[in-house]
Structures are given as C-alpha cells and as structure tokens.
Ligand binder design. Sequence first.
Ligand code: CDP
Length: 278
Amino acid sequence: MGDVEHIPKELKLIDESGVRLDGRRYDELRPIRIEAGVLKKADGSAYIEWGNNKVLAAVYGPREAHPRHLQDPAKALVQCRYNMAPFSVTERKRPGPDRRSVEISKVISEAFASVVFVEQFPRTSVDIFIEVLQADAGTRCAGLTAASVALADAGIPMRDLVTSCASGKIGGVVALDLNKDEDNFGEADCPMAIVPRTGEIVLLQMDGHLTVDEFERAMDLSIVATKGIYELQRDALRRRYSAMAEQAMEAPPPPPIPSELPPPPDMPEDELPEVDDL
Ligand code: CDP
C-alpha cells in the first residue's frame, strides 16, 4: 500500500467542477499509444501505453496444440496467459500465476474465442501472451486491446478486432477509464470488451456496486470510448503494414527468370537407361 499512503483520507477524486485528480473530465480517456509488430520472434505482437500502463502482447499460432489430449478435433483452442511482471507495481508482485491472473487469462481467452474463426483450425492452439510491464489500473483492458492487434498482426482470421475499456464510479460520479487511485478509492469499476463492428459485448465484469442507471451510463461511456480506441488499433495495423510494404519495395529485385531453359546436357547413348531397367 506504499503508493497510496500519500493520499489524504478526505481526498476528493472528482471536484465540484467535474475535474479529476489527473485533470481529466468524467468522460475522458487517458492517453493511448499502440504499436504493432514490436517483437521479431512471435507470429504477431503489439505494445500499448495506456496512461501509466505499459503492456506487451505476443501471439503464436495457429499451431499444434500441446499437450495432445487438449486438442479439439472440431476447432482451435484460444489460450491466453496474462502475467504481471514483479516490477510492474510499487510493491514487488510475487512472480507467477495467482487467482487474479488466472481469472483475467480465462475471461480474455473467452473473449477472443468468440471472434477467431476457430473452426478453420482444428486440433491447433492460438496462444496469446500478455505481459504487464507497468500497471496503473485497467491492465486487462489494455492487454486485451493490445492482444487484439497482435492477433491481427499474426494474420489470425477473426470476425473483427476486439476493443476494451472500463468505466466506474468515483466520488458518486460515473466516470470513464479509472486510474489506480480512482480504482482503489472509487466505488466501482466495470471493464468491458466489444466487437465494434457488431456491437457484441464479449467481456463484462464488475467490481463494486452500481445501480442499473449508473451501470447503463457506465456502459454508454465505455461504448463511445471504444470507437476511438478501435481507430487507434486500426491505425497501428495500418502503420505496421505500410512499413512492411516499404521494406518490400526497398528489397533488391529477384533475379530475372530466364526466358528459355538451357538445353539438357548431352548424354552418351550407351549411358541411357534401358526401358526394362526402369
Ligand atoms: O488492472 P485491472 O484494473 O484490469 O485489474 P484490477 O484487479 O482491478 O487491478 C487494478 C490495479 O491494481 C492494477 O492495474 C495494479 O495497478 C494494481 N495491482 C497491484 O498493485 N498489485 C496486484 N497484485 C494486482 C493489482
């Protein structure tokens, strides 16, 4: 709790004029930057900075599922591993999986399993790795948003990208995209993920309490915000592919294909095999 001791007990997360501690209004996102194709060894990858969150996502597959008994003869498995680095938070996090990371890995796997064309790749696995390098609340949304770009970068056929965002309640006000202090001292946080093209919700969680009306307002805030985040995802992919196209243009041209094949070398007649020998 070292990082929250500086916060006075009577702290107002949002003031009378609707300004939050970090200067945002109730409906403002933290700054987001996404880069696609940042890792050479993975089939697809992406890096996201979302406020003070820094998250890497890597994707492999579809590749043969291991262990074999997990293979599904009808479809691919979508397996996500969300992990927080020990240095990602103020108090060193104990390395390895815990209940929270197992839960986040599960809900993210399920969100992607509903958009990847899994029936096209029986017996395989699509493996998604999300590594949180720096955490400041909203890491599952940041990880999911980056992993979606990494899946597209890997060329995995999907119905659409998945875009994620959270809204919650701070000081009695429904607000978009809570940071760590707001998450700690606010009343509720509600992360969601959407398939922007269809409007389908593929992840929805709630920590704390919201009335039905507050929940609807929180969802409206998140849905509007995901439209902008979706554009950032698409823009990262566009930049990635224009860079690849430029590299391909700069590569030396392949040697010309000879218009006529060279004549076969002469072979003495006595060395030609007899038909019976063949
Ligand atoms: O990160 P997200 O909001 O998706 O998940 P959370 O469980 O609501 O966690 C909120 C924040 O608490 C994280 O982003 C971290 O900043 C912090 N946290 C931490 O400091 N130590 C942990 N072991 C887990 C979370």
